[in-house]
Design a protein around this ligand. Structure first.
Ligand code: GLU
Length: 292
């Protein structure tokens, strides 16, 4: 039995588009090629940015692409207590603190938070965010495809937010606690998430938990080099005729598709993908033009 556990963790801010399917399929092939489990986690942490119905739409899209997940889907909206308890512990141990700085003030001081509230010992949570004390800046990490990746020093050393002023839990905290609790061993995701990786490694170290390994997949970009995203209206993938898009995503992930795939079923194509997947086939570039 393999001990590999991977995952796909979409945010339900809209339907799956080409770029999100790249992350879904890349993480799926990597997990299944190692006889591992592939989990799906719904990152519904930020209600104002969510689209009603998107979570179910994402799940039915995955199903229509033949991507069946192991275990039941975890929803971050149901894990607030876990996040809050960890924050309360850190406030007590001095690993985290309240911060009154506004976004505007941080912008005025050059765009980076300089530790203004670190030693203020603010007691009230009114109108405050909560930050983690970063004692060891993680300015590089090892990626199993790309080798050592650097993170800008100023970003790496910043005491970062784990709970926002508006009361929402921060993405980095939720992702790390969830990956630990779900036993995830490797994170495979888009290259747009390289920068937060240092912060996430910081959280593992603060929690004294074994770290996951990482693979960042090339980002699908438009002709101007911008990421395909829900914000810039990337079209939803075709849910009724998945085969064409499935093959396009597989080509994007570096597969050389055999000619006789015309008559193959989705399941056969995925099985072939799991058998033939290698990290070497992935493009070396972190940004690749999307076929749209
Ligand atoms: N929910 C994040 C997103 O959709 C992905 C989180 C992750 O893979 O770590 O961008």
């Amino acid at each position: 039995m393999s001990t590999y556990i991977g995952r796909f963790a979409p945010s339900p801010s809209g339907p799956l588009h080409f770029g999100s399917l790249v992350a879904a399929l890349g993480s799926y092939f990597q997990a299944k090629s190692q006889n591992g489990q592939w989990l799906v986690r719904m990152e519904d942490l930020d209600p104002p940015r969510e689209m009603p119905g998107a979570a179910n739409l994402i799940l039915s899209t995955l199903e229509s692409y033949g991507l069946h997940w192991d275990q039941s889907v975890v929803y971050q909206s149901q894990r607030h207590q876990r996040y809050q308890e960890q924050i309360a512990t850190w406030l007590q141990t001095g690993h985290a603190y309240y911060c009154q700085c506004t976004r505007k003030q941080i912008k005025q001081s050059g765009g980076f938070y300089l530790g203004t509230c670190r030693e203020k010992a603010i007691k009230s949570s009114e109108n405050c965010s909560i930050r983690l004390k970063v004692n060891e800046a993680i300015s590089q990490f090892y990626d199993n495809k790309h080798g050592t990746i650097q993170i800008p020093q100023q970003l790496a050393q910043e005491d970062f937010i784990i709970k926002r002023r508006d009361g929402l839990f921060a993405y980095n905290l939720a992702v790390v606690l969830d990956d630990i609790d779900q036993g995830v061993t490797q994170v495979v995701r888009g290259a747009d998430l390289i920068e937060p990786t240092g912060r996430q490694i910081n959280l593992y170290r603060t929690l004294q938990q074994p770290e996951v390994s990482y693979i960042h997949l090339p980002l699908a970009v438009d002709t101007q080099g911008n990421k395909l995203s829900k914000q810039n209206h990337a079209p939803a993938v075709d849910i009724k005729h998945p085969k064409h898009t499935l093959i396009q995503v597989m080509r994007f992930l570096g597969f050389i598709i055999p000619n006789d795939f015309e008559s193959a079923s989705i399941d056969q194509i995925l099985q072939w993908g799991c058998q033939n997947w290698t990290l070497a086939q992935l493009p070396n570039s972190l940004k690749v033009d999307s076929p749209f």
